[in-house]
Design a protein around this ligand. Sequence first.
Ligand SMILES: [Mn+2]
Length: 412
Amino acid sequence: MSEIKRCFNLLKRRINFSITMKVLHTSDWHLGNVLHGYDRTVSEASFLAQLEDIVRSQQPDCMIVSGDVYNVPAPSSSVQKLYTDAMLKIHNACKDMTIIVIAGNHDSPAKLEIDRNLWNAFNVSVIGGFEKTDGAVNLSKHVIEIKDTNGDIKGYVAAVPYFYRRNFPDLFTSLQQYIIEINKNNLPVILSAHAAITGSEIKSNSIRMQDMEFTELENLGDIYDYIALGHIHYPQTLQNSDKKARYCGSSIAVSFNEEYKHSVTIVNVDKGAQPLIQTIEIKDEMPVKTVPPAPCPIESVFEYVNENKEQLKNCFLRFNVTVKDFLPPDSKEKSTEICNQIGAYFCTFDIHRQKTSTGEYENKIITAQELKQMTPVTVAENYLKQNGTELSEDFKQMIIQITQTVNKETEL
Ligand SMILES: [Mn+2]
């Protein structure tokens, strides 16, 4: 039987029928994330179990994890165990599937690669960082062959972990050249990268996004049939990419800025054709919710929570409040107590200041939350304004530059 299939595949190739490669694209798991002091183990374990089921039913040719496996470079032992146990189960759910894992900016490239050779035995390729020989990047490490059940090559995945452009300015160009040389049979090629692409819609991550290093889509190359991106947590197929480049988004909400549907992406990739993109929703057993949808005074928030206790049970909650000047000092205690009563978890407040009819804040005193959300430039501008002067353009640029330098190593 397999011999017939093999002949059929060879024939298909000979008469130039394209061979479809089925890809499961996921990223930004952020395992071990801690949300306002609460761990997310229940949601993370549930996601990994759902992923195992999806793999079992979809039977993809490959699964790509486009970076940020862990939330921190040195995750705890229990978080690492959660990951390795799940990966083994996922492998067993579809043993012929090639799994490709790249490091994101949250992962330690070296730590992710500790058991790289061991993972190879389970059809898992881990690409954490770059290796050089005589000053040139070892490109072969970044190109993974995807094989069918007969061991014939079906296509390639080029895997590029997170990196700073200044360290490898020509990487994408040389990688593309390398692939053109080896892809003699004109098979489908996928690129996986953990990078921020110019023009992406940013609804998530954090305000630190302003310090992210953005790359133009065309810099990645023009030979790829699908580009599996990670780094930006909001799922989207990039405009102007001919539906070929996509962020699959984070697997579950990593913060309160990510209250949208989360999913994994299933893509059918054919050489030279537009990929067929589908999503499969991931259900979060303990979701994050900002309540109520519209901000209101704290007493009304409490009423809302009590009225909706059934839906809010097991949720991590952020209270959407309006204040005239400050919240009453016992607000946090009261909020925690109300959440405890209904079996929810109080995290924080989203504080909205009441504005006057002219759009000005009634009170000139700013809250700690407002201060955190301000850019250093705004803080400087406000300070000088109070003293009757203005921030000069030179000074403004200087502050922006300093902030970017400081934040560069710690971006999300
Ligand atoms: Mn991320």
